[in-house]
Design a protein around this ligand. Structure first.
Ligand SMILES: Nc1ncnc2c1ncn2[C@@H]1O[C@H](COP(=O)(O)OP(=O)(O)O)[C@@H](O)[C@H]1O
Ligand SMILES: CC(C)(COP(=O)(O)O)[C@@H](O)C(=O)NCCC(=O)O
Length: 806
């Protein structure tokens, strides 16, 4: 969806399409009005250019030379794990140093007007050919045999092009002739449905409802697992209504010729305007009452007996007839904007009504609207929503799709043989890349996630669908402002951290500046149009900021800090475990939980503690004293009661861990050991990708080997499989349990306890999440404003033990 009022471009500029040169898979949907392109590229693989000497020298401990020495040793010790580095290959379209997103597959979506098809095909041809020639030259130049073989292999791979839409027939000869490759044709309807199913199943937050009169008009909707049957209303040049029964079974149950092309055509005839975006802009200032004949114009008031208010349109364009009588346009009481608005209303309303009647006829409750006529335009969506709602007496809501006009192109893409995997893996929308390269073009970028993501199987959705956010910043302007300001205020500190780790070379500094500028721009865009990028919550903002970091080549600015923190904590582990062992059973259970909470204070993103961390003024016992008492949510006694006999020990626990250093080592590790001692199997899920100072799966693997030398239960557990570490699938300080790595899901099949640690994973996201089995949620709220949100204040404790809901 594009934000309201955005202008599309006529022909994608070269920057937009630069990466097309490296594609091997391209789908093209040539419609009556627009051409849609979907193509796949590979994100750059990482090469080692990190200034790790700078990294090691990062003085996060306030200058203690022994700590620095320990940190240097730590960095050396984990060199095998290796810092994530900036990546090497820069696309022409990108600023210098603008790279570094995690490697993987990327899908690009772009569109342009069909009248430019010839020029666009020439552009594709030139780029594909050029890249082929470049690869061949590189192969010739490469002295070493392996490299040459690799280049030749790549250059021999033909680009697979699939075409759909009416233009696939009309332009196929031109496509094949100009591109010099075989172009496969795919059936338009098959593609439309395949594309829609792909979006519903594979792309998060794809679906939304729109209600202009709600305080937050835009509401994201989970497509959920029960999407079939649904009615797809595709509003392109014309309109198709398709009943979709399953992935492959569908039937076209209706259509109307009054579609987007009609709007475009009539608006061109009736106004001085011929550009779609200008038409939308004009309509925004128009008043349809000057053109349409209302019930009030006829009755002088409501016709309440049959439920018609005086404002209801009795006859679209009914008043325009008066203009004809004197034939003088200038004397008309309406302008071009009024006409555009009336037309938009007429077409949208008509489609909404037909959609409802068709759904009713086929007993369908879910109606999705796609096609580029919609363009995320609020008035259009309002008119469609209003019509569906009105005619269904409020029982059905219109559902819209973020990738509205790309269904056919996506379908052609996923139906291509080579793309089979595209349907099997999971995707994330990359807003940073979208904004940087494709700004205001109606384009999108989807990045393949590392690992396949599936819903966490222990979620209990019987009481309502799982929502991965405890707050919706869309609905709360004051809270939204607070968070947007917070992100803006903490940006300089983050930039400093990036400089300290990635170095101060001129190009790096330029990239850091660019990163900040772009992220500020993003925040400004969100301020202006809070739902321009879909859902809005602290989680979404953290994730988008990480996307910008990735895109600019700074995926892990806290890498050195994390290693230092681990090093400082691990030397304390043996002692801490001995202390715990000297306590009574009951006291030990209390101190273990307190330990997890105290550990959670070590959070480099919490303004309230960062100064202390930077000056090495926070230690484990100070952190414990900072926990506010009494605890805001205190289920400790219930938890300890649960652990007591005759209750059986838990079979298996899944722990979603949080930060590096004291948090994981002195907080979570003793808790894990205690569970292992009770014969409970333990699976620790850590971030797949870095985020702030959260420990990653890669890092914890190295750390656990070292911990195993200190904790015999770990050594044993790792050997007999009772202790496992798995990637969570996330690269966020928050946790969306709707999308976890399938390895977590697999491990969870036998689990009867879910433990979630941290403010991001508990407070911002899963505070209200319900589980089929027991759950323990542990976090410290390190922020006054967030504390107030839960009826408390800063450093309040969340210790929620939730017995099995079933
Ligand atoms: N930039 C644009 N130029 C022309 N039409 C546009 C543009 N943006 C949106 N539209 C609307 O989208 C319609 C085309 O939608 P689309 O789903 O691409 O269908 P088709 O495949 O028939 O071209 C146009 O008829 C017009 O109403
Ligand atoms: C990023 C965080 C969720 C991390 O907390 P954690 O999950 O590590 O407990 C948290 O530090 C946070 O919400 N910080 C932003 C607000 C602040 O500056 O206090």
């Amino acid at each position: 969806m594009s934000a309201d009022g955005e202008r599309t471009i006529d022909l994608p500029p070269e920057t937009l399409m630069a990466e097309i040169a490296s594609t091997r898979l391209l789908a093209i949907d040539i419609g009556g009005s627009l051409v849609k392109l979907v193509y796949l590229t590979h994100r750059p693989t990482t090469t080692s250019t990190t200034t790790s000497s700078t990294a090691a020298g990062t003085n996060a401990d306030g200058g203690s030379s022994t700590a620095v020495a320990a940190a240097v040793a730590a960095v050396a010790a984990v060199a095998a794990v290796g810092p994530p580095s900036r990546s090497g290959s820069f696309s022409e379209a990108e600023p210098a140093g603008f790279a570094g997103a995690p490697a993987g597959t990327r899908l690009h979506f772009i569109k342009f007007e069909t009248k430019y098809i010839e020029r666009c095909i020439e552009f594709i041809r030139d780029n594909l050919l050029r890249s082929k020639q470049e690869r061949e030259a590189a192969a010739a130049a490469a002295g070493d045999g392996d490299k040459a073989a690799e280049y030749i292999h790549v250059s021999e791979q033909a680009t697979v092009i699939t075409a759909t839409g009416g233009g696939a027939y009309k332009y196929i000869d031109m496509l094949e002739e100009k591109l010099g490759v075989k172009v496969y044709r795919a059936d338009e309807m098959d593609c439309l449905i395949a594309g829609c199913n792909f979006l519903l199943h594979k792309v998060p937050n794809e679906v939304f409802k729109f209600n202009r009169n709600a305080n937050m008009p835009y509401r994201a909707q989970e497509a959920g697992s029960h999407v079939f049957p649904y009615l797809l209303v595709n509003i392109g040049s014309g309109v198709s209504l398709v009943k979709v029964n399953s992935e492959t079974d569908y039937v076209r149950v209706g259509g109307t010729s009054l579609g987007g092309g009609t709007f475009l055509g009539l608006c061109s005839l009736l106004t001085k305007c011929s550009d779609f975006d200008e038409m939308l802009e004009m309509s925004a200032h128009g008043n349809h009452r000057n053109v349409d004949m209302l019930v009030g114009d006829i009755y002088g008031r409501d016709y309440s007996k049959i439920g018609l208010t005086s404002d209801t349109i009795a006859s679209s364009f009914g008043k325009a007839a008066r203009w004809k009588s004197d034939g003088n346009r200038e004397s008309a009481h309406f302008n071009d904007g009024d006409v555009a608005k009336s037309l938009l209303h007429m077409i949208s309303n008509n489609i909404g009504q037909i959609a409802y009647m068709t759904a009713k006829q086929h007993n369908i409750k879910q109606i999705y609207f796609g096609g580029f006529f919609i363009r995320g335009h609020s008035y259009t969506m309002h008119a469609i929503s209003y019509a569906v709602n009105f005619w269904s007496s409020g029982s059905i809501d219109a559902l819209f799709l973020r990738h509205e006009g790309y269904l056919g192109a996506i379908g052609a893409f996923v139906r291509a043989d080579d793309a089979v995997d595209v349907r099997r893996v999971s995707w994330d929308e990359n807003f940073a890349k979208y904004n940087i390269l494709h700004n205001k073009s109606g384009a999108h970028v989807l990045d393949q996630t590392e690992g396949n993501l599936v819903p966490y199987p222990l979620l209990d959705e019987t009481a309502g669908a799982y929502v991965p956010d405890a707050v919706d910043l869309g609905t709360d302007p004051e809270l939204r402002d607070y968070w947007l300001n917070n992100f803006e205020q903490t940006l300089p500190k983050l930039a400093t951290r990036v400089r300290e780790f990635y170095g101060t070379e001129v190009e790096t500094l330029k990239s850091i500046e660019a990163f900040q500028a772009r992220f500020i721009q993003h925040l400004a865009a969100v301020r202006e149009s809070p739902t321009a990028f879909g859902l809005l919550s602290p989680r979404v903002l953290f994730d988008v900021r990480q996307q910008y970091l990735n895109e600019f080549g700074f995926p892990d600015p806290y890498w050195a800090v994390k290693q230092q923190d681990n090093e400082k904590a691990i030397i304390l582990l043996g002692n801490w475990l001995a202390q715990l062992d000297s306590m009574s059973w009951e006291e030990r259970q209390t101190r273990i939980i307190e330990g997890v909470l105290s550990g959670n204070m070590f959070d480099w993103e919490a303004k309230a503690v960062v100064d202390m961390l930077e000056h090495d003024k926070l230690d484990f016992s100070i952190a414990r004293r900072m926990l506010r008492t009494p605890w805001l949510f205190d289920d400790l006694a219930n938890w300890i009661a649960r652990l007591k006999k005759p209750n059986p020990p838990h079979r298996k626990a899944i722990i979603f861990a949080d930060n590096s250093g004291v948090d994981i080592i002195l907080g979570v590790f003793p808790f894990v050991r205690e569970l292992l001692l009770r014969s409970t199997s333990v699976v620790v899920a850590c971030n797949t990708q870095p985020a702030i100072n959260d420990i990653t799966h890669r890092e914890i693997q190295a750390l656990s080997e070292r911990a195993a030398n200190i904790v015999p239960e770990f050594r044993e557990g790792l050997a007999n499989g009772k202790l496992q570490f798995v990637p969570s699938g996330s690269g966020s300080p928050c946790l969306d349990l709707g999308r976890v790595d399938e390895r977590v899901a697999e491990a969870a099949a036998e689990a009867d306890l879910t433990v979630i640690v941290g403010m991001g994973r508990v407070v911002h996201t899963n505070f209200h999440a319900r589980f089929r089995h027991e759950a323990l949620k542990l976090a410290v709220i390190k922020n006054q404003r967030v504390g107030e949100q839960f009826g408390g204040s800063i450093f309040d404790v969340v210790c929620k033990y939730e017995p099995a809901s079933r």
